[in-house]
Design a protein around this ligand. Structure first.
Ligand SMILES: Nc1ncnc2c1ncn2[C@@H]1O[C@H](COP(=O)(O)OP(=O)(O)OP(=O)(O)O)[C@@H](O)[C@H]1O
Ligand SMILES: [Mg+2]
Length: 962
């Protein structure tokens, strides 16, 4: 199986070997070179690297094959430093024996390679850019110098002592490479400036409890890499100033003896004891102390016998504990030798009665469970993670959304969080890249798997974060039971329910996925394609394309992918998931050209989505392209759809341009049985009736639209029809109480959240006009809550307009005024003159009610020609009031009379009542008290008929004040 992995390549070459050849006898030269090779090979092996080949006098080694380690870069760097050091020793010898010195130069570079695990194949055949760059770095290095590449440098992190060499233009590479001179590696106990410690209160308390009452049982802190075991212990220990503390760590390689970490910890405890003056003559002359000094403390190996060493440790610790509590910590126990694990158990058993606490810590993917009581570290809570992130970025200025994404992605693992934030600082694209440090840690865990387990995990990664076991089984063509058990035990995956499992972290899935060869990814994605939302076809196409496979199969995949994505985009739109629909639609278009037969459909979907999210210009342009293409190919249905959408969003003229278009298109939709088209067509016809003020007719048309939208299963159209119906129930002749009941009924049957938004706004106004202010506010709040995140441009524009209606009815005029100013702005920005006029008239009326004359631009000229009746009535009425306020009684009267005449052409009792009130005000201004009274009486009647108690009260008060 081919795999992609991150490896570190080391090149080491002799400097000036031609001169050597000139001075040394060939046989001597050969033996000298062989000594150098030997030395190099030993150092590479000691650090877990593999010698790939010898080229002339150069050695090439790879760290990361056959198995990746999380610290491969560090291993390679240490090997390089040790080679230079060993060469100095070798030179001292050569100087005396043959009278010559050798010098080497070294290049180290890390990068992705493709390897194969196929039986019989040359497993270690490593080639590619990473190798070339390593070789070039080596050639640029001076004698005795080590040059490392940027990824190696990043992986070494704070532990590397380096000098930046600058950018090198390397032969055969287009972009220059930033190289660093490696001077040394700091021991891993040193820490750089750290982020402030967060959370972990429970774990600290558990450790405290164990410290206060040691019962001979060790405590084991366990958790996955980077979760914070080491940091937790450091934090906890820093508060234990009185205790004798010793920490030892296990290493993945190069611990020269099994008990070295224990020896290390013990030495620290004795040092601490010495500093407290506890290493008395008496203690030092104890036999147990002697056992340790001649064995364990000397070389980390049990001198006489293991059990006598453990007994001696127990005895010495017990002696010390009489004076001060003792804490012995062994970190990174997942790398411990089995002997050390047994040792801990034995020492602990001998400790029962003393103030000695043994603490181990390690990752759970170790084959053996660690002894003692477990303190399991789980991911940081979101609150803690957010605090940590805030601490990490204190000095930088990242936007909140990026930071939220980082927190999301790290899933509570502080190491990942740190690394992702650091990557942000470098300006990297979070979605495209993972920090190499994270990749290295996770890749090592994955690479330690057996081939069948690895295959299963790889297949699962192609399926997704969550996967169905049977689907993965079919892909991987291998049994799942054993693999799943092991993967679960290692904490890589976890069960969700039934046959569904998931990767423990999203990053783990990503790293697993990155390790799969592109050819394999293409193949598996294609196998998964049936029944998927286009994603797998798209990936299969992209990988084949990326690999340069330009055959018919790849071409066919492009079409399949585009069609599947178009279909998925349409489904997303039908669920009113606008952002997902836009995402899918853009991808579909990316794999289509205008010559492709599927282009029209893809473009139509994306164009409609753009209109819905408020990208009107782009959406209309794309749909106009669709109209042109559809006209050329004779696709009448596509043409009708595109035109209806374009016209519905075109903002010229008073009349609803889309109504005529709808009338033309409906027979086309009817003939094709196109439910979506029918739903849209009827909504437009209904809106035209609403403008005319014929709400009963509008209602009937909307009932029809609703039925079609239901049949089409289209949430946006359904919600649009419901919202429009709400408006007619509000403005139309049905009494408010009945209208509210009908709205609530409709809400109960709605199938999607959008309808909650579109219906609750008119409902709020229906409640407010009955004086039910609290209920009205509750509806507004619900609508606002559901509107956030939906992304419908129209809802955002309408929200303040509806809210202002409620405020005005509740008599909170300044609030209404503020909302209406906002509404006017928003409607202007949306480029909708009809809505701008509505909002402006409402604003003018609110100003007048507060005794303020509206600015002339707000209402425009007092000319209603061309306006539909409901608009005309409202427009003339608002002008009448303005003139009355200015004292132009005659003008006010004539305008009000025209307003009343227009209102009679509508079936809206509210419009009729309001124009009567406008007339009453004009009459009063003209001193005609009796006519004013009659008009007010008619207003009360209309208001009462509607159940508009707020209006009826206003009109009555007006009469009383006459
Ligand atoms: N509670 C915490 N508050 C702040 N930073 C933390 C916290 N826990 C961990 N970190 C930081 O996250 C990084 C990883 O933590 P740490 O090295 O302790 O992980 P670990 O569990 O010991 O990993 P490994 O298994 O690789 O040894 C460190 O830089 C550490 O400072
Ligand atoms: Mg650690």
């Amino acid at each position: 199986m081919e795999q992609r992995k991150l490896v570190t390549v080391l090149f080491c070459d002799l400097v000036g070997s031609t001169e050597l050849a000139g001075v040394l006898e060939p046989e001597t030269l050969r033996s000298v070179v062989l000594r150098y090779f030997d030395m190099a090979r030993q150092e590479i092996k000691a650090h877990g690297g593999t010698v790939e080949k010898f080229i002339g006098d150069a050695v090439m080694a790879v760290f990361g094959v056959p198995v990746v380690h999380e610290d491969d870069a560090r291993r390679a760097a240490t090997a390089a430093l040790d080679m230079i050091a060993s060469l100095a020793e070798l030179n001292a010898e050569l100087e005396t024996s043959v009278g010559c010195r050798l010098a080497v130069r070294i290049g180290v570079n890390t990068g992705e390679v493709v390897t194969t695990t196929e039986e019989g194949a040359n497993q270690n055949l490593i080639a590619g850019e990473v190798v070339n760059v390593a070789a070039r770095l080596e050639q640029h290095a001076g004698a005795g110098e080590i040059l490392i590449g940027p990824v190696t440098r990043a992986l070494l992190g704070g532990s590397a002592v380096v000098e930046e060499v600058g950018e090198l233009s390397l032969k055969g590479k287009r972009d220059p490479v930033t190289a660093f001179r490696l001077l040394g590696i700091r021991p891993d106990t040193q820490h750089e400036a750290e982020s402030p410690f967060v959370g972990r209160e429970r774990e600290l308390a558990l450790l405290d409890a164990a410290f206060a009452r040691p019962d001979g049982q060790p405590v084991t802190v366990s958790g996955e890499a980077g979760i914070g075991k080491t940091r937790l212990l450091r934090e906890w220990l820093s508060a234990k100033e009185d205790a004798l503390i010793g920490t030892g760590r296990c290493h993945p390689y190069c611990d020269r003896a099994s008990l070295m970490p224990l020896a290390h910890a013990l030495r620290r405890i004795l040092d601490a004891a010495a500093s407290f003056g506890l290493l008395t003559e008496e203690l030092v002359s104890e036999p147990s102390y002697g056992v340790l000094r001649s064995g364990l403390l000397l070389d980390g190996a049990p001198g006489h016998s293991a059990s006598s060493t453990y007994a001696a440790i127990a005895a010495v610790l017990a002696r010390l504990a009489a004076a001060r509590p003792v804490v012995l910590v062994l970190d990174d126990m997942h790398w411990a030798e089995p002997m050390l694990i047994d040792g801990i158990t034995q020492i602990a058993n001998a400790q029962r009665a003393h103030r000695v606490l043994l603490v181990c810590s390690g990752r759970p993917d170790h084959a053996r469970t660690l002894p003692g009581r477990a303190v399991n570290l789980t991911p940081l809570s979101e609150v803690d993670a957010t605090r940590l992130a805030a601490g990490l970025v204190e000095l930088q200025s990242h936007g909140q959304p990026t930071l939220a994404r980082v927190i999301d992605r790290a899933e509570g693992n502080p190491l990942y969080l740190e690394q992702l934030v650091a990557m942000l600082d470098d300006g990297a694209d979070l979605e495209q890249q993972l920090p190499v440090t994270v990749t290295a840690v996770l890749a090592a865990r994955i690479d330690a798997l057996r081939p069948d387990e690895r295959m299963f995990l790889d297949a699962a990664a192609v399926v997704g974060r969550e996967f169905d076991v049977r689907t993965v089984e079919a892909l991987a063509e291998s049994g799942a039971v054993a693999a799943l058990a092991e993967l679960t035990r290692r904490g890589l995956v976890e069960p969700v329910s039934g046959q569904t499992y998931r990767f423990r972290s999203g990053l783990l899935r990503e790293v697993t996925y990155q390790g799969i060869s592109k050819r394999r990814r293409a193949q598996w994605h294609e196998e998964l394609a049936p029944g998927s939302a286009g994603h797998h076809l798209e990936q299969a196409y992209l990988y084949r394309q990326g690999l340069g496979i330009r055959d018919d199969h790849t071409a066919a995949l492009r079409g399949k992918a585009a069609r599947a994505l178009t279909e998925a985009a349409r489904n997303a739109m039908a669920r009113a998931d606008l952002s997902w629909s836009e995402n899918l639609g853009k991808r579909a278009i990316a794999y289509s050209t205008k010559d492709d037969p599927w282009w029209t459909e893809a473009a139509q979907g994306l164009g409609e989505t753009w209109l819905a999210v408020g990208r009107t210009a782009e959406g209309s342009e794309l749909l106009r392209d669709v109209m042109a293409t559809a006209a050329a190919t004779g696709d009448n249905l596509a043409y009708a759809h595109a035109r209806l959408q374009v016209d519905s969003h075109s903002q010229t003229g008073w009349w609803f341009p889309a109504a005529d278009t709808a009338r033309e298109a409906l027979p086309e939709f009817e003939a094709a049985g196109d439910q979506l088209g029918l739903a849209r067509g009827y909504v437009r016809l209904a809106q035209e009736q609403q403008f005319l003020g014929s709400h009963r007719t509008a209602e009937q048309l909307l009932e029809q639209a609703l039925r079609h939208a239901e049949a089409a299963n289209a949430a946006p159209e359904h919600a649009m029809a419901l919202g429009a119906l709400g408006i007619s129930l509000w403005h139309g002749p049905i009494p408010a109480a009945d209208a509210v009941r009908r709205c609530r009924q409709l809400l109960a049957t709605r199938e999607h959240d959008v309808a909650i938004v579109t219906l609750n706004y008119p409902l709020a106004n229906l409640l407010a006009l009955q004086g039910l202010e609290d209920e009205a506010r509750a509806c507004l709040a619900t609508a606002d809550r559901f509107a956030t995140g939906l992304g419908f441009a129209e809802a955002a524009v309408l929200a303040p307009l509806f809210a202002a209606g409620v405020e005005a009815l509740a008599g909170r005029l300044p609030a209404a005024q503020r909302l209406l100013r906002e509404a006017v702005q928003l409607c202007r920005a949306a480029g909708d003159p009809r809505l701008v006029a509505t909002a402006s008239r409402d604003l003018a009326r609110v100003l007048l009610r507060q005794g303020v004359c509206p600015e002339p631009e707000l209402l425009g000229p007092a000319d209603a020609s061309g306006l539909p009746p409901e608009q005309a009535a409202d427009h003339l009425g608002a002008h009448a009031r303005t003139e009355a306020a200015k004292g132009n009684a005659a003008m006010a009267l004539s305008l009000a009379e025209r307003a009343v005449a227009e209102s009679l052409a509508t079936d809206s009792p509210i419009t009729r009542a309001i124009t009567q009130l406008d007339l009453a005000i004009a009459c009063r201004a003209a001193g005609h008290r009796a006519t004013a009274r009659n008009a007010a009486v008619r207003a009360v009647t209309w208001f009462d008929g509607k159940g508009h108690s707020v209006g009826a009260r206003t009109a009555t008060e007006f009469m009383d004040a006459l």
